[in-house]
Design a protein around this ligand. Structure first.
Ligand SMILES: C[S@@+](CC[C@H](N)C(=O)[O-])C[C@H]1O[C@@H](n2cnc3c(N)ncnc32)[C@H](O)[C@@H]1O
Length: 381
């Protein structure tokens, strides 16, 4: 099967690196995903279960160039949908469209849906039910310019919903973005990591999960995956992949991780989140200011990975810029060798670190939702 592993726009190469490390033979690498040419049921399950930097795994059913809705209908009527699922399975089409077209994404979804229904009536003599809320089969019809791709969602809702956090921070970063950011960090080599603006603790938790080699999907409610409903996927394969993943878990992370935040509420919330994973002894949690990092000694930590405030609220940009300047100075004072972070205020971040003896050794734009941020790595010279 041809598989497309989707990630946030801008981290395709990072995701490809992770998938190769997990043993997958990757094909084309796009800004927002990675192709895998020849994946069987076990590989599809393993991708869903083990990969940290992707958020959905699709099977590529078909793709072509189209201009009109009639082209879409004609093309979709040739897709053998009944090779993939049965007439009794409720299905939904999710349409997405980018570019100039004289029709909407709803029109695309409606016409692809009609093609599915007609296919089952023609080939099986049965009407397949539509269920937009709780489908067993979810097909994504993406039209980008003239390119139409028809994808079968094996993950269900985003793999970013991989674990329950008892404390919900008001601006949590998606785990797959944290995992991608962490892959830019050298924390596994240095053996230590600090997140001084940790909020609900997503970055430190992801860092420890990776250090313990815990597959993120282990915590997910298994019924959320949609691959169960594909007839060629046997639940026994899932059980066997889970067993293999559990056998790979390490007993000790071999890294020191500290998380801090200025607000007690977040510090207490983070403690609850860390406890949820039994990570109380793996993450030291402090209350303190990123402007001083007064809770650590000089030279105690080499690596920082952090998601600072973005200064998006009215009037807060100036304060945020001041925070970045003071934070960069504190990093230099505490001899932090490497700081990875993401921000929409790229210029301030760069100048703050450069004025404090750092060189910018990595920079890339990443999109999530409507937000464009820059991943930046600053290395002490
Ligand atoms: C964008 S949030 C981090 C969210 C986190 N990555 C998560 O997934 O939950 C930024 C955090 O920085 C904290 N913060 C803001 N200013 C700070 C400062 N001067 N020192 C330490 N923490 C600060 C905020 O309280 C907030 O929790």
């Amino acid at each position: 099967m041809r598989v497309f592993a989707a990630c946030s726009h801008g981290v395709g190469d990072i995701a490809a690196g992770e998938l190769q490390e997990l043993g997958f033979k990757t094909g084309a690498v796009h800004e927002a995903g990675v192709e895998i040419a020849d994946a069987g049921p076990a590989e599809i399950i393993r991708l869903n279960l083990c990969a940290r930097t992707i958020f959905r795994v699709y099977i590529r059913l078909a793709e072509t160039d189209v201009r009109t809705l009639d082209d879409i209908t004609a093309f979709c009527s040739s897709i053998p949908f009944s090779d993939w699922f049965d007439a009794g399975q409720p299905f939904a089409i999710r349409g997405r469209r980018e570019g100039d077209h004289g029709f909407t994404s709803m029109d695309v979804a409606r016409d692809v849906g009609s093609a599915v229904i007609e296919h089952f009536e023609r080939v099986k003599g049965k009407r397949i039910p539509v269920n937009l809320d709780e489908p067993e089969i979810e097909i994504h019809a993406n039209l980008k310019g003239s390119r139409l791709e028809i994808l079968l969602n094996t993950s269900g809702r985003s793999l970013d919903y991989r674990y329950h956090r008892p404390f919900q921070h008001f601006a949590p970063l998606k785990p797959s973005i944290c995992a991608a950011l962490l892959r830019l960090s050298s924390y596994t080599e240095y053996g230590n990591l600090l997140d001084p603006m940790a909020g609900g603790g997503t970055i430190p938790i992801e860092a420890v999960l990776r250090a313990l080699n815990i597959a993120p999907g282990i915590y997910r409610n298994r019924d959320e995956y949609l691959f169960h409903h594909l007839r060629f996927i046997d639940r026994a394969i899932l059980d066997s992949e889970i067993k293999k993943a559990e056998a790979r878990v390490l007993g000790n992370p071999q890294i020191r991780v500290m998380a801090a935040d200025r607000f007690v509420k977040n510090v207490e919330g983070m403690k609850l989140n860390a406890a949820q994973f039994g990570m109380q002894s793996h993450i030291q949690i402090k209350q303190g200011l990123a402007e001083t990092l007064s809770y650590i000694e000089k030279g105690e930590y080499d690596c920082i990975a952090t998601n600072p405030p973005f200064g998006m609220r009215i009037g807060s940009t100036r304060l945020t810029e001041q925070l970045y300047r003071n934070f960069a100075k504190a990093c230099a004072d505490k001899q932090i060798r490497e700081v990875v972070g993401l921000t929409p205020l790229k210029r301030t971040w760069i100048s703050s670190f450069m004025q404090n003896g750092y060189a910018i050794t990595h920079s890339r734009i990443v999109h999530f939702g409507n937000l464009h941020v820059t991943f930046l790595k600053a290395s002490l010279q």
